[in-house]
Design a protein. Structure first.
Length: 127
């Protein structure tokens, strides 16, 4: 696996000769669990974090929160924080607020501030 991309069923796909797999009828929590394994595995796929973020399921919030936690690789934390900003209407706001108030890493605090600031003007893209 080289890349994961979440698309809505209405999106037209032109993959050329590139093989792709469309997964359907998967429970959201199971989808998040599989994607989390790709996001944190031995060869992590950054695109898995974005695919988790488009889930409208509490499992996605939990996964993003855990990715943003201290002790995770910095690159994973920063990606998760950016997506939490896009989901700031839910638990993302509280997680970002907590990171700003308590995280010992100034870069993480600044990333959380930027994520909250950009949350006001972003709308998720599905295609």
């Amino acid at each position: 696996m080289e890349r994961i991309r979440a698309l809505s069923p209405d999106c037209e796909i032109d993959a050329g000769d590139t093989p792709f797999h469309w997964l359907a009828d998967v429970a959201p929590a199971e989808s998040v669990a599989l994607l989390a394994a790709f996001a944190t595995g031995a060869s992590p796929l950054a695109s898995a974090v974005g695919a988790i973020a488009v889930h409208g399921d509490p499992a996605a919030d939990q996964a993003l929160d855990s990715f943003a936690a201290a002790g995770q690789p910095d690159s994973l934390r920063q990606r998760a924080i950016a997506y939490l900003g896009r989901r700031a209407e839910g638990t993302g706001f509280e997680t970002l607020k907590s990171l700003i108030a308590t995280d010992p890493d100034e870069r993480i605090r600044m990333r959380a501030i930027a994520a909250l600031d950009s949350a006001r003007s972003r709308k998720p893209s599905t295609c």
